[in-house]
Design a protein around this ligand. Sequence first.
Ligand code: GDP
Length: 729
Amino acid sequence: RRKKMVERVTELMGTPERIRNIGIVAHIDHGKTTLSDNLLAGAGMISEEIAGKACWMDSDEEEQARGITIDSSNVSMVHSYDNQEYLINMIDTPGHVDFGGDVTRAMRAVDGAVVLVDAVEGTMPQTETVLRQALKEGVKPVLFVNKVDRLINELKVDEVEMQIRLGKVIDKVNKLIKGMNEEAYKNGWKLDAAKGTVAFGSALYNWAISVPYMKSSGITFKDIYEKCTTNDMKWLGKNSPLCEVVLDMVVRNLPNPLDAQKRRVPIIWQHGTPDTTEGKSMLACDPNGPACLMVTDISFDPHAGEVSTGRLFSGTLKRGTECYVMGTALKVNRLTQVGIFMGAERIEVESLPAGNIAAVTGLKDAIVGSTVSTLREMTPFESLKHYSEPVMTVAVEAKNMKDLPKLVTVLRQVAKEDPTVKVTIDEETGEHLISGMGELHLEIITGRIARDKGVEIVTSPPIVVYRETISGTAGPVEGKSPNRHNRFYIELEPIAPEIVQKIKDNEISMDLPQLERRDVLIEAGFDKDEAKNLVAIEGTNMFFDMTKGIQYLNETMELVLEGWREALAGGPLADEQVQNVKIKLVDVKLHEDAIHRGPAQVIPAVRSAVKAGVLLAGDTLLEPMQILQITVPQEHMGSATGMVQGRRGQVYDMKSEGDTMTVVGKAPVAELFGFAGDVRSATEGRAMWSTEFAGFDMVPAGMLKEVVTEIRKRKGLKEQIPEPADYLA
Ligand code: GDP
């Protein structure tokens, strides 16, 4: 039976018309895990497979040595629709709002998304975030309204009210789609129950219903309502099975890779040229073209080591295929295994053609987001955008000194697996610092290090990540090298928010070909001279070389940029990352003799000039903010608004819906420690809440000194904030 399944999967894998690559996106707790587990079980891919695996692993050592493991994050199933079989590859998306970056990368791999919304709660901020990310990636949505049983059993709505409520959810999601991408909305992406792009049901009780299914089965809305009120979930599960209704909707409405790639390649490969070999091949999803793979996930498998998962847009992968990872030293990475998912297992296959989700080993230079190709040179896919930034840091230490080398390895893995995590080493103390999206994110990561990776660690309490920026202009500022023979003159000014956004969206990027970059900059408002002379972008900072004809500067530029980067890594105020600063190098004096203008001279000269310049241009401290959305029963509204206001927060929206009230506000991350516990006790555990990254805001002037002093103390810096002169002496 198992063998037969492998045959079916491998056959389907070579028939792109019969493939659907999808993801389920939802707000936390709306039922994503329940839905995916029940779909998998319903498609007959779970219990038997896992049972089968256990005995077959024992009996077949060789198979085991090949390294096959359960990876619940990616699953695939075979679904029959209209007498034909389809291969449905489903990529997991993370459940928590803090992990925005992960949703984006999962969306890169798929062509369609099942947007899942709790019928009682309706859309939540995270529903909006994940939907936006799907649409940005050109991923087509269908809607599943879950927990319909609760409408009837808990809220006791009548049949009419139920229809009205479901209609409201659809309207709300449509409004979001229209607002995010009106063109797509008008061209058929509007959700429409009558057209079958919406299904309702209960993932928990394993049933669902859609208009097409009502038509084909003769089941009516009334039947559903009645069986629900009498709590006859068995009847529903048998006569209107979740798996069939939802997967039918997927097969019928979500695109296959052939159709999807035609539309999506121009979106996710904006800088590529369509009429190159690789361009044509990706647009056609051609298995005979060069291999073009986008890595969207990396995990560590105890048997196989590092497994890279990604979407193969063109070509065919086999064991032994020689690939190159763009943006690296371009050493040959030879694939040691090529696999796909069957059920929740990764199985090795002979060859894997375009249009599928590949799971391969041997890509030692790849990270999440890498473009991999059999071509030595290929324009990379659009880089994955992270809508959140790390806002909190913990320091970790190995409990036992002997585990230190293991900890170092594990931290490297963690950073590879989750690109929204930053791992750094504090140069002074030698501590390992992990930065993440919030308290919960860090708890999950540190928990995983201890549990899955088996390294016992001691974790410091989390601290907030701040930023520094400038409020005015300065310059020219002169930076002298220690030997005084080299001098650098720079001017500083803040970068406008619209430009910062363009950098974040990769619209302004060093990846652009030079001429294109110049045009983009001019269009964004830079003058011609500047547009020509942008030499580097670091974070959201820009460096322009406005000098002309200075001898030796070319060969010294790397050192200049190194000094600039070092200064940006820790600003003068609190040694926090500097952002949104534009620097123009306006004049340079260099020693004729290369020996006297080496790294030890140039780097500190530029670093000092930048740090002094930042102070002169009005260094300010920024703190991360979070949007809070809290839903509570009416009687707890006072405590919910109090929770936000009491934390230097601002309430900017309140909505009531029946007997519940939703409060939306914004508050600094620094004030949110212990928020979960406080909300729980203030509302007797009856609140639902979520947070979302909302950028950095200026620390209020009245608190600045106190905050800066505290950071400096914590970091072991001199209490006194440096003066420009301290850097220019
Ligand atoms: P996720 O965070 O989106 O993965 O949500 P889960 O699948 O973990 O579900 C969250 C909670 O909602 C769990 O307690 C589930 O049992 C429950 N749940 C999921 N689907 C349904 C449903 O259709 N009806 C009801 N009543 N509860 C559900």
